[in-house]
Design a protein around this ligand. Structure first.
Ligand code: 5CA
Ligand code: ZN
Length: 409
């Protein structure tokens, strides 16, 4: 699958700092020091509805990760999936009388447009679940042949007990895992399972649903977690730097994925850091496609909102915080964008070398975007109130805001 066009990232003078990031697995902050090529996998959308502000906030966090790494003069190898076949997508297509492939294609196209407008850097590999199926089947067969998976009425389940590290990503107790499993696509109450938490690796073909050749597994379609693992292992290998997504993916998705990968390869860990963004709410509840309390990026764009203002609104919250989208959040971002643009549109200004370092420091400190915005605010306020004569300053500030925050002034 093709991704979307990359906006250019200006090079800044000097060099950025290594990223310190909160890791869900160790429940602490770790400093990542990747080699010349940093490797990151970020879970992509299930394309049955348009990109909402919650999605955009999560992708914004991982876009900052890329920008910090690029500023350290590393390359970034970024992989993202599209869950273009799964229960919620098929259910929505059925409900609305649409062809599921057309629904997935349409919403993926809109996602690309939204990501481009928001200046999110694209992944080098953007892979759909459907196109990954030929790589998934042999992995499931291997897990089964190694005794880490078993069959139940034609479906194949992963045995969580086969991974000694199971539970180490999300650090939840058994009861919490069981509740979340039921809530997030698992089937803990299905009779016959060895452990209620065991997730499906391969679902045997159901009447009226799409299915693919699964070799010795029979016709069917892949489970959700093995989809991301197959894509990540294929393009990044084990021990990559960051596995990313929203906090609702820590369990079961990233927990199960790590277990699949660790059992398949005999290596630990799958990722050096498991990084999770907070949830954005609307009217007091998590924004979610299933509840329908959504603010779409595309709807804001159609209403004439500058994507740079949307981006500033996302950046005004720390990525790990849960926060609420309101009209005020957007109005504040629109006003900030205007102030910033006025400040850099002057022919000269106050020296900005210290600002570059402040923004670098804020972002390397667990992606503290609000601190980065505050630093730019300080320069902008001083600039708007004085008559500095550094002719390179406005350009340097524009390039810094563009390179590190993805905002075009
Ligand atoms: N396709 C799977 C991942 S493999 C999936 O979770 N798709 S999704 O469309 O439901 O979500 C895409 C990303 O947006 C995930 O990282 C998810 O955690 C994140 N996300 C969903 N809702 C919100 C929200 N309200 N706030 C912040 N992030 C969200
Ligand atoms: Zn995923």
């Amino acid at each position: 699958m093709h991704a979307w066009p990359a906006s250019e990232v200006p090079a800044l003078p000097g060099k950025g700092r290594d990223l310190q990031i909160h890791d869900t697995a160790t429940q602490g902050t770790i400093t990542l020091a990747p080699g010349p090529v940093a490797r990151i996998y970020v879970c992509g959308i299930t394309p049955y509805d348009a990109t909402h502000i919650g999605h955009a906030a999560t992708y914004n966090a991982f876009d900052l990760v890329q920008r910090v790494w690029l500023d350290t003069k590393r390359q970034v190898h970024y992989v993202q999936n599209v869950t273009d076949v799964d229960d919620p997508l098929l259910e929505r297509a059925l409900r609305d009388g649409h062809d599921w492939t057309e629904l997935a294609e349409r919403e993926t196209a809109l996602f690309r447009e939204d990501m481009t407008a928001l200046r999110m850097l694209p992944p080098q590999h953007y892979i759909g679940a459907v196109e990954a199926i030929p790589g998934i089947v042999p992995l499931v067969e291997r897990l089964r042949d190694a005794g880490a998976a078993y069959e139940l009425d034609g479906d194949v389940y992963f045995s969580v007990e086969s991974d000694a590290h199971f539970g180490g990503v999300s650090n939840l107790d058994a009861e919490a895992m069981r509740l979340l499993s039921a809530e997030r696509g698992g089937d803990p109450d299905r009779p016959g399972k060895k452990n209620p938490l065991d997730p499906m690796l391969w679902m045997a073909a159901r009447p009226g649903e799409p299915s693919w050749d699964g070799g010795s597994l029979g016709r069917g379609r892949p489970g959700w977690h093995i989809e991301c693992v197959a894509i990540a292992l294929d393009h990044l290998g084990m021990g990559f730097d960051i596995q990313g997504g929203g906090s609702d993916l820590a369990f079961p998705h990233h927990e199960m994925g790590a277990s699949h990968a660790q059992v398949l390869t005999g290596e630990f860990p799958m990722a050096k850091a498991y990084v999770h963004a907070g949830m954005v709410a609307l009217h007091g509840e998590k924004m979610s496609k299933s509840k329908g309390n959504l603010v779409f990026v595309s709807a804001l764009r159609r209403a004439g909102v500058d994507p740079a203002a949307i981006r500033l609104a996302l950046l005004s919250h720390h990525y790990r915080a849960d926060w609420e989208w309101t009209d005020d959040v957007l109005a504040e971002a629109v006003a900030r964008l205007e102030r910033w643009r006025a400040a850099v549109s002057r022919p000269d200004g106050l020296p900005a070398d210290a600002l570059v370092e402040e923004v670098r420091e804020a972002l390397s400190n667990d992606l503290d975007a609000p601190a980065a915005l505050a630093a730019v605010d300080r320069w902008v306020d001083a600039q708007n109130a004085s008559d500095g004569d550094d002719e390179s300053a406005p350009g340097l500030v524009s390039r810094t805001v563009d390179a590190l925050l993805g905002v075009a002034l």
